[in-house]
Ligand binder design. Structure first.
Ligand SMILES: Cc1cc2nc3c(=O)[nH]c(=O)nc-3n(C[C@H](O)[C@H](O)[C@H](O)COP(=O)(O)OP(=O)(O)OC[C@H]3O[C@@H](n4cnc5c(N)ncnc54)[C@H](O)[C@@H]3O)c2cc1C
Length: 395
């Protein structure tokens, strides 16, 4: 149901015919859509999904651009997971195209594999090391520190200062607008270093893209007679008008509480989308630019989607302070601020907070699906135990 004309009244009318909606879901991204599907199909609940944007899918939304190339308007999304359960769950709504993402970094005039591997080191320094040789070389350049505290400590102690300067320092400064020495170790805590020639960006068991795109997958998920969808609508416009018993909230947690403890800081991105009249520009899906230009990386979508087209479309990502909330800024004071909101949320029995914005954590898509499936289990147990949330909306 698109927001047009008297949509609010229409929904209120539809709802008022019976007992209203069992669940009001705020946000139609992964968190909201998985829960809508599970509650409707799994428990037979009547669900209203309210989405502020003009489309479903949240940040994973994809669409065809003016040239007809399938693109990701909110930045490239590559699906990967080690969970057979999560992959199996999503496979009910899409077929998959196997895809192994590869990333090269533009460093000193060369395009070198990322994560740093044997080839990266040999090509950068003109060496011919084997795996054992690389281990010894890394041990000779690494600068162990007593207490790994910052993002800089993680990388310098793991692979030395020169690789840190060439691959990480500039990228992290652009990405976060801060030097790695000012950021939590968690930012680079999982930066892998490979002594083999594996040049895949991810090593998960399941790596694939939805054959017809993410949006089609979301549409199938939400296609159920018990699910009503309102686009272009902030939930605050309808929350008092439509009767509901429980709310699943997937928007920013600080906004839910009117920023009563202050704003949770986020890093944002400006996306520059470009279409070119040639079949291919880059040798791989993504090229990182740690040291040059204002953008961190460029991604050419046809590598990800496998689409055959005489044009190609790329997106350049410019990190910035203002704009849509994308990355929670990993600093201890922000985690402490989130904990205050989390304590407020714990007092609300009739609202469940799910997803990356509602829990102020950077999560990959599969992790959000896992979080939503776990939330569903808890809601199912509540229903089995006979919990009856008090209607918080009107009537
Ligand atoms: C640039 C970028 C690239 C990424 N690439 C990958 C990747 O390659 N692989 C991967 O696994 N993950 C990737 N991710 C992470 C992925 O985007 C998230 O895991 C996923 O989108 C989270 O889903 P969600 O439902 O929690 O949040 P969202 O997708 O943000 O959905 C929340 C929805 O709630 C809506 N909303 C918020 N407030 C309101 C309101 N007041 N009223 C109504 N609606 C509201 C929003 O409009 C939004 O649509 C990437 C993230 C970014 C930023």
């Amino acid at each position: 149901m698109d927001k047009a004309g008297h949509e609010v009244e229409a929904v209120a009318w539809a709802a008022s015919g019976g007992t209203g909606f069992d669940c009001l879901i705020v946000g139609a991204g992964f968190a909201g859509s998985v829960l809508a599907e599970r509650l409707a199909r799994g428990l037979g609940q009547r669900v209203l999904v309210v989405e502020r944007r003009a489309h479903v899918g949240g940040n994973a939304y994809d669409c065809h651009d003016a040239a007809g190339v399938l693109v990701h308007p909110y930045g490239p999304h590559v699906f990967h997971t080690n969970s057979a359960e999560i992959f199996g769950y999503l496979s009910q709504f899409t077929a998959w195209r196997p895809y192994q993402h590869r990333v090269l970094a533009s460093v000193e005039g060369q395009l070198l594999p990322v994560p740093v591997n044997l080839d990266t080191v040999n090509r950068l320094y003109g060496m011919q090391l084997d795996a054992e040789g690389m281990k010894r070389w890394i041990a000779s350049v690494a600068e162990p520190c007593e207490r790994v505290r910052t993002a800089e400590d993680v990388v310098v102690s793991g692979m030395g200062r020169d690789l840190y300067n060439k691959f990480f320092r500039g990228y992290t400064r652009k990405q976060w607008g801060m030097d790695p020495c000012e950021l939590d170790a968690s930012v680079t805590a999982r930066v892998p270093l490979r002594t083999n020639r594996d040049d895949r960006y991810f090593t998960d068991t399941f790596q694939a893209m939805p054959v017809h795109g993410y949006t089609r997958m979301f549409q199938k998920m939400l296609d159920h007679p018990n699910i009503k969808l309102m686009l272009n609508t902030d939930y605050r416009e309808i929350v008092q008008l439509v009767p509901w018993r429980h709310m699943v909230y997937t928007g920013p947690i600080d906004a839910f509480f009117d920023h009563r403890h202050g704003h949770l800081p986020y890093r944002s991105l400006r996306f520059e989308h470009v279409t070119l009249p040639q079949a291919q520009v880059q040798p791989v899906g993504t090229v990182n630019y740690p040291n040059d230009y204002g953008y961190t990386r460029s991604t050419e979508f046809k590598h990800l989607t496998g689409q055959v087209h005489h044009c190609t479309s790329l997106v350049y990502e410019y990190p910035c302070a203002d704009g849509d909330p994308y990355y929670p800024v990993p600093r201890e004071e922000n985690a402490a601020l989130y904990r205050r909101y989390q304590a407020d949320a714990a007092l609300l029995d009739n609202v469940t907070f799910v997803g990356r914005l509602a829990t102020y954590r950077y999560y990959n898509m599969d992790q959000v699906v896992g979080q939503a499936l776990a939330a569903f289990q808890r809601l199912r147990q509540r229903q089995a135990a006979g919990a009856s949330d008090v209607a918080a909306g009107a009537t």
